[in-house]
Design a protein around this ligand. Structure first.
Ligand code: HEM
Length: 231
C-alpha cells in the first residue's frame, strides 16, 4: 500500500486538542475531589482550581467554536451512517483479525463515522451540559455588591446529577479514546499526527472507501494538503 505524508492537523487544532485534554483531565481530578472520591489538593484548593480550569475551558471552547466555523472544519463532524456498522464491526472483530480499516483518512475526511458521531455528541451534548450545569453550580447563590443573589433554581440536585453523570461519561470517553489512538496505521501514528500535524496516509485511490467526497465535506481551499495551512 502506497503511503504519503499529509499535513492533517493544523496548529490551532493541535493546540486546542492538547489544551482541552489537559483541562478535561484536570477538571476530572479536581471535580472528583470535590465529589469526595479523591484527595489530592484539599477540598478548598480543589474548588478554586476547578473554577479556574472551568473558565479556561469555557474560553477555549469559545475560540474553538470560532475556529470551526471560520475554517469550515465543522463539516468534519457531520454525522453519516455510511460505513458506521463496518467501523463498529472493525473495532469489535476486525481489529483482532488484522482486517483493513474500513474507512480511509484524508484531510477532507479525517474522522471515521464512529468518531464523527462520538465527537459531535461531545460538542453538542456533553460539553454544553458540563458548562451549563457547571455555571449553574457557580451562580446558584453568589455574592454581588455585598448581597446574596440567587439564580432562581430551587435545588442543586438535578444540576449535580447532570454534572456528575457528564463527568463519568467524559472519563469513560478518555479511557476508550486512549485505547483507540493506538489502533491507527502503526501503534503511535495517531499520537504522532496530533503532536506534529503530519501523518503517513494511504494514497492508493483504488482502495478509497471515503465516507464523503471532497465536495460534500470541506471546501476547495483544503484540497491541497501539500501546502500546509498554519492555522
Ligand atoms: C466548563 C465546564 C465546567 C464548569 C463551569 C464546572 C463547574 C463546577 C462547579 C462550580 C462545581 C461545584 C464546586 C463546588 O461544589 O463548590 C463542580 C463540581 C464538579 N465538577 Fe465541574 N465544571 C466544569 C467541567 C467539569 C468537567 C469537564 C468535569 C469532569 C470531567 C467536571 C467534574 C466535576 C465533578 C465530578 C464535580 C463534583 C460534582 C458533585 O459531587 O456534585 N467538571 N464543577
Amino acid at each position: 500500500m502506497a503511503t504519503e505524508k499529509v499535513y492533517i492537523y493544523k496548529a490551532y487544532e493541535r493546540f486546542w486538542h492538547w489544551t482541552q485534554a489537559f483541562l478535561v483531565l484536570f477538571l476530572a481530578l479536581t471535580g472528583f475531589e470535590i465529589h469526595g472520591s479523591l484527595n489530592l489538593f484539599g477540598f478548598e484548593t480543589a474548588v478554586t482550581l476547578h473554577n479556574n480550569a472551568a473558565w479556561a475551558f469555557i474560553i477555549l471552547t469559545i475560540f474553538t467554536i470560532f475556529w470551526h466555523f471560520t475554517t469550515g472544519e465543522w463539516r468534519q463532524y457531520l454525522p453519516t451512517t455510511k460505513n458506521l456498522k463496518a467501523q463498529a464491526e472493525y473495532y469489535i472483530f476486525g481489529i483482532f483479525r488484522n482486517a483493513p480499516h474500513p474507512t480511509r483518512k484524508t484531510t477532507l475526511s479525517k474522522l471515521n463515522p464512529l468518531q464523527r458521531l462520538v465527537y459531535l455528541s461531545l460538542k453538542i451534548l456533553i460539553f454544553p451540559v458540563m458548562i451549563i450545569s457547571g455555571l449553574a453550580y457557580m451562580y446558584f447563590r453568589y455574592v454581588k455588591d455585598g448581597e446574596v443573589v440567587s439564580l432562581g433554581i430551587r435545588s442543586l440536585e438535578r444540576v449535580a446529577l447532570a454534572h456528575t453523570l457528564g463527568a463519568f461519561i467524559l472519563v469513560a470517553f478518555v479511557i476508550v479514546h486512549l485505547y483507540l489512538i493506538t489502533t491507527g496505521h502503526t501503534i503511535s501514528s495517531n499520537l504522532k499526527a496530533m503532536l506534529t500535524g503530519w501523518e503517513e496516509l494511504e494514497t492508493d485511490e483504488t482502495e478509497t472507501h471515503d465516507i464523503n467526497t471532497a465536495k460534500d465535506t470541506l471546501g476547495q481551499k483544503h484540497n491541497h494538503p501539500e501546502k500546509p495551512e498554519t492555522l
